[in-house]
Design a protein around this ligand. Structure first.
Ligand SMILES: Nc1ncnc2c1ncn2[C@@H]1O[C@H](COP(=O)(O)OP(=O)(O)OP(=O)(O)O)[C@@H](O)[C@H]1O
Length: 319
């Protein structure tokens, strides 16, 4: 299943939610939508699955059967941002009912539901009401409901929200497995470290528009950033001057004694180390490839800081 999105546009009264957004999701690809709150991710997702219509632009799906504007419920698995399980019903009954709506027989739905509940360590709870489950466990049930009928395309709005780290890892591994089986997955999320490990390509959005699109290599290249260097001093961080000429684009406060330096591709490491060595007694230096988190903050996180913000900001300052 290939998804082709061409210049979709959505305006709610005075709010421009999605602005001429275009991208393509390939067969068996894991594609992530990232962006700050209000960036337009959910508005986009809703248009992609036909819950709302774009004011302008097109959404098309291509499968072996040809091209079509809308995907059928049997082909699609959707995890909405606002969770909507029937709280007073038994977990197993809800799963069977939702799978039947997507074309499964009761018998198949029951067998699949039991298989998935076991995998998510919920098999002992299946006769209980949904309302008795914790938030994270309800999230697992809703995720099961989205994939029970083996859709070719999964659209998951915030699949990791409410899950503990162990369950996040489990869901991450599940998505890799579904991809290997040929499922196309589009998801939105805020967990940068997970997305960096999981997604084949990432679309960074802000204010309804595309900011960057590509795999991690492409995002690193187009960001112009290379390394994040964390410097820890033996006591409070001294004044750090002349970092720009060594290729430092931004200094982020980690603690009173530590700063994270964001380096450009043109950074001169020898010069930087010599500056840092002269600045004060160092305790520790650690460098790592620029992460999605750093790219995100740089691209959509904040405006370049002013002199006043330099004093006050704990988010980061331009140097
Ligand atoms: N039904 C609606 N009516 C009016 N405005 C809306 C509606 N839905 C979304 N918006 C507005 O559109 C913009 C984009 O919202 P959207 O929910 O798509 O963002 P998002 O990226 O999913 O945010 P979050 O990460 O907080 O879920 C926001 O300014 C939001 O207030």
């Amino acid at each position: 299943m290939i998804l082709d999105v061409e210049k979709i546009h959505k305006q709610y009264a005075s709010v421009l939610a999605v602005n001429e957004l275009s991208f393509q999701v390939q067969e068996s690809e894991i594609f992530a939508l990232l962006g700050p709150n209000g960036a337009g991710k959910t508005s986009s997702v809703r248009m992609l699955i036909g819950l709302t219509s774009p004011d302008r632009g097109h959404v098309r799906y291509h499968s072996r059967q040809g091209e079509k504007p809308v995907i059928t419920p049997a082909e699609l698995g959707y995890l909405p941002e606002e969770r909507g399980l029937y709280q007073d019903q038994k977990i197993i009954d809800v799963l069977i009912y939702l799978a039947q709506l997507r074309g499964m027989t009761r018998r198949d739905a029951k067998a699949e539901a039991e298989k998935w509940l076991k995998r998510f360590a919920l098999e002992d709870r299946q006769q209980e009401k949904v309302s008795t489950l914790s938030k994270g466990n309800q999230q697992k049930v809703q995720l099961i409901a989205s994939l029970l009928h083996k859709p070719r395309m999964l659209v998951l709005d915030e699949p990791f929200s409410g899950l503990d780290p162990i369950n996040q890892e489990m869901v991450l591994e599940l998505m890799r497995e579904l991809k290997r089986e040929g499922t196309t997955i589009l998801l939105s999320a805020h967990q940068m470290a997970l997305i960096e490990r999981l997604a084949d390509r990432i679309l960074l959005m802000s204010k309804g528009s595309r900011v960057q699109l590509g795999d991690m290599k492409a995002l690193r290249e187009s960001s112009g950033l290379s390394l994040a260097v964390t410097v820890e001093y033996q006591s409070n961080v001294p004044a750090l001057d002349n970092l720009r000429e060594a290729g430092v684009l931004e200094v982020r406060q980690e603690s009173d004694s530590a700063r994270k330096l964001i380096l450009s591709h043109q950074a001169d490491l020898n010069r930087l180390l010599s500056h840092l060595g002269e600045s004060g007694p160092l305790k520790h230096i650690h460098s790592e490839a620029i992460s999605l988190h750093d790219i995100y903050l740089r691209a959509v996180g904040h405006q370049p800081a002013t002199e006043v913000q330099k004093e006050a900001s704990s988010e980061g300052v331009a140097v």
